[in-house]
Design a binder for this molecule. Structure first.
Ligand SMILES: Nc1ncnc2c1ncn2[C@@H]1O[C@H](COP(=O)(O)OP(=O)(O)OP(=O)(O)O)[C@@H](O)[C@H]1O
Ligand SMILES: [Mg+2]
Ligand SMILES: [Zn+2]
Length: 508
């Protein structure tokens, strides 16, 4: 055979597109080239494929080999095409089952010694293969667990190029080799922390449950040691578990970020970038494959900005687009990738640089201008999106001893789940599912808009000027979450009053 075909996958963000890899052998002076818009890494594939074949006792034919990757217009990044290129080339000369080669997607990078090296993005690539109706995928052995998370596809985990050739019927000797492994990554998964460990702080725990029920962004302000970080870490545990689609998308994003994926995590992700994190770490980037940053990894989960006042303004600005659109687009020379970025934002801050401003018994040493500047850093895109502003105090030791047992994670999760079901039922004829998503117009003029007598305190605050129209809508959103949690089908004055209380707090 002089022409052989097989498949690989090109990724742009989470979207995978099948790429046909076609090798053509002609009787001309020996040469080996790849065409079809390859990037720099693909050009390097020529060298890797050449050496990997030679070191697998599968030398490439000593004639002219041309490999075409199509569609040519598709940007193809990364080193994941090596195996497909090598197999297509070998199949032009070595007897192999052409139908088998043509019906298989090959993913993986080749080491010079002929072993398959793990690559990022195996999960979205296998998903793309399944959707395209190709039922068999060869992956590097180290990515086998990850690839098996996709239902309805036969997955083969190959240690070496020789393994792959043999599967396709090549008559070559078995060589036992150690698989290349992928080092475990230290993942920032939500720690399984128990909500009942929080002593006292009734209001704060209740506010967290409200935030979880409606998907509201929340700001916590308080002195050091008040338990802000402790509380934020307990939010993923009370959110509903991810469904199949969300769990696969979340794992796909982590796969593209280079993490080792062994199972489908159902607890929503928790990302807590440090305030010194670069814009690139938040947004993503990279020189070969575009890798998602913390913002995308937090999608369908929680993005926690601890000590938010310390973040660079460029970092906070990077949140603007994802907060607006629920997605993040990363553009680099020649390539654009878009990732989902529907996260729930939790912002924690001290009330002032020294942390003692407004704390009973605390002696704040900050000049007023410093306090204003400190909180001013957070204003603009961030504060504008916050539905719940919570002022926290330290719990005293005396209180700690006397406190009755608090809400457990399991209890809170049930309440949140029921409230979300109620909201989804109410909103079923609308494009929204969570209270935080509902438009102001629908809240104020929709079929369930509260009557004047119920909204009276809100209207009064608006007229006094202590609430903007935007703030007005935020109070209504939170009020609906309170109604859902208390199993009411209508807003009443109590929900509104409580929501107003949750919206107060610090205002920069
Ligand atoms: N309500 C509480 N119940 C139990 N432990 C608490 C509580 N508040 C604080 N702690 C204890 O204090 C420690 C510090 O709390 P945490 O780190 O959450 O405070 P913080 O508000 O984030 O402070 P900082 O502003 O310094 O970041 C916690 O690890 C926890 O052990
Ligand atoms: Mg903290
Ligand atoms: Zn201070």
């Amino acid at each position: 055979m002089t022409v052989a075909r097989t498949w690989a996958v090109a990724l742009a963000g989470l979207e995978g597109a099948l790429v046909e890899v076609e090798a053509d052998l002609t009787n001309q002076i020996p040469d080996f080239r790849i065409i079809g818009l390859p990037d720099k890494a693909l050009a390097e594939a020529v060298q890797r494929v050449h050496n990997a074949c030679a070191n697998s006792d599968l030398p490439l034919p000593r004639r002219r080999l041309t490999v075409n990757l199509s569609p040519a217009s598709l940007p193809k990044q990364g080193s994941g095409f090596d195996v497909a290129v090598a197999i297509a080339c070998l199949a032009t000369e070595i007897p192999m089952d052409a139908a088998s080669v043509a019906a298989t997607v090959h993913l993986g990078e080749l080491g010079l010694d002929g072993r398959l090296r793990p690559i990022p993005g195996v999960l979205p690539s296998v998903l793309a293969s399944a959707r395209a109706g190709i039922g068999r995928v060869v992956v590097p052995y180290a990515n086998l667990e990850e690839a098996r998370l996709v239902q309805g596809v036969e997955v083969l985990g190959a240690v070496s190029l020789g393994d792959v050739a043999r599967w396709h019927g090549a008559d070559i000797a078995v060589r036992e080799r150690e698989p290349v492994t992928q080092p475990a990554t230290t993942t920032l998964r939500a720690p399984d922390r128990e909500l009942a460990e929080v002593i006292g702080q009734r209001d704060a725990v209740d506010a967290l449950v409200v935030a979880a029920a409606g998907g509201h962004h929340i700001l916590m302000s308080g002195p050091p040691g008040a338990g802000k970080t402790m509380l934020a870490e307990r939010l993923p545990g009370i959110l509903p578990p991810l469904d199949d689609e969300a769990a696969l998308a979340s794992a796909s994003i982590r796969s593209l970020a280079g993490e080792r994926i062994a199972d489908l995590e159902r607890t929503p992700p928790f990302e807590a970038p440090h305030h010194s994190a670069s814009v690139a770490a938040l947004v993503g980037g990279g020189s070969r494959l575009i890798r998602p940053g913390a913002i995308a990894r937090a999608s369908d989960g929680v993005l926690f900005l601890d000590e938010a006042g310390e973040f660079a303004s460029s970092a906070l600005d990077a949140l603007r687009q994802p907060l607006e659109s629920g997605a993040i687009t990363i553009s680099r020379a020649g390539a654009t990738a878009s990732f989902p970025a529907r996260f729930q934002l939790v912002v924690a801050t001290n009330p002032c640089p020294c942390g003692n401003y407004g704390v009973p018994g605390g002696a704040c040493v900050c000049p007023p201008i410093a306090i204003r500047r400190y909180l001013g850093r957070l204003s603009g895109p961030l504060i504008d999106r916050i539905d719940i502003e919570l002022s926290m105090r330290r719990v005293s030791v005396a209180h700690a001893g006397a406190a009755e047992p608090g809400t457990t994670t399991a209890e809170a999760k049930v309440r949140v789940g029921e409230a979300r079901e109620r909201a989804a039922r109410r909103l079923r004829a609308t494009p929204w599912r969570l209270n935080a998503q509902v438009s102001g117009a629908w809240l104020r003029q929709g079929p369930l808009a509260p009557p004047p007598v119920v909204r009276r305190p809100l209207d009064a605050a608006l007229h006094r000027g202590s609430l903007t129209l935007r703030g007005y809508d935020r109070v209504l959103r939170v009020a609906w979450s309170l109604a859902d949690l208390s199993r009411h089908d209508r807003l009443d004055a109590q929900h509104i009053g409580r929501a107003l209380f949750l919206k107060r707090g610090i205002t920069a």
